[in-house]
Design a protein around this ligand. Structure first.
Ligand code: PLP
Length: 249
């Protein structure tokens, strides 16, 4: 069975973070190893606190992976510059084929999940070492704004993220408006692809969708699918998950 390594924060509500990643891996039939960067206390409506783990705690979880054969890596919440440096060093010491970074800045429950210093360092420290970044519309806007770029189109934002040093970027449109929900993929070798589907009314209120989409992409890559196919399959998986949540709620 393919194995994913998930690096990120826990969310005590279970709605997002590494617990959502674990559920996704389970749904998609992948084994999973986990390295926790922070323990957050959240309900669906409120972010109470983020307890950042000491850098040594993250380092030792990564060290303890030992001989596990990791087929793909998904990175979520990196709460500060130190955690970003630890993960950068870890990626440099290994040669993982597939690494997906979901840049997580804040939670819909209202909390900030990374420091300004951390966010500002992502492009230099991590983008060159990961295969795909998956910002949503507002995260992409923030990433490109810090280098003086401005745009409101997903295509132009994706191009700007490539300029920032990422190898491939998926600018997600789940929290935008309009009948169609579009996620736009761009790669540094010139591939451009828009994944479009009917927007599910109220779907943007479902928590942890960004975590699940990035984990699902990594799962499909771990199973051997190419990037574009992995994104397509992961979008299908997420649409099914959101519909299921709407039926429950
Ligand atoms: N909490 C943690 C620990 C996360 O990793 C993430 C997203 O990656 C979130 C919250 C954000 O979740 P939401 O979809 O509720 O904004």
């Amino acid at each position: 069975m393919s194995r994913l390594l998930v690096i990120g924060g826990s969310d005590s509500s279970g709605g997002a973070g590494v617990f959502a990643d674990l559920k996704t891996c389970h749904d998609l039939g992948c084994e999973v190893s986990v390295a926790v960067t922070a323990v957050t206390a959240q309900s669906d409506r409120r972010h109470y606190h983020s307890h950042v783990l000491p850098k040594e705690a993250l380092q030792s979880q990564l060290l303890a992976l030992g001989d596990f054969g990791i087929d793909a890596v998904k990175i979520g919440m990196l709460p500060d510059l130190e955690s970003i440096e630890v993960v950068r060093d870890f990626l440099l010491a290994h040669s993982f084929g597939q690494v997906v970074l979901d840049p997580v800045f804040s939670s819909s429950s209202g909390g900030s999940l990374s420091t300004e210093e951390g966010i500002a360092s992502l492009n230099k420290l991590l983008f060159p070492h990961v295969g795909l970044i998956t910002p949503n519309f507002s995260e992409a806007r923030r990433l490109i704004k810090q280098v003086g770029l401005r745009s409101e189109s997903q295509e132009a934002m994706a191009a700007a993220c490539l300029e920032l040093g990422s190898k491939a970027v998926l600018v997600k449109g789940g929290h935008c408006s309009g009948e169609e929900c579009v996620d736009f993929l761009a790669t540094d070798d010139g591939e451009r692809c828009a994944f479009s589907r009917k927007r599910i009314p109220g779907g943007s209120k479902v928590r942890g969708t960004g975590c699940r989409l990035a984990s699902a992409i990594a799962c499909f890559q771990a199973k051997g699918l190419e990037l574009k196919d992995s994104v397509g399959e992961a979008c299908e998986y997420l649409a099914g998950y959101i519909s299921g949540q709407m039926d429950c709620g």
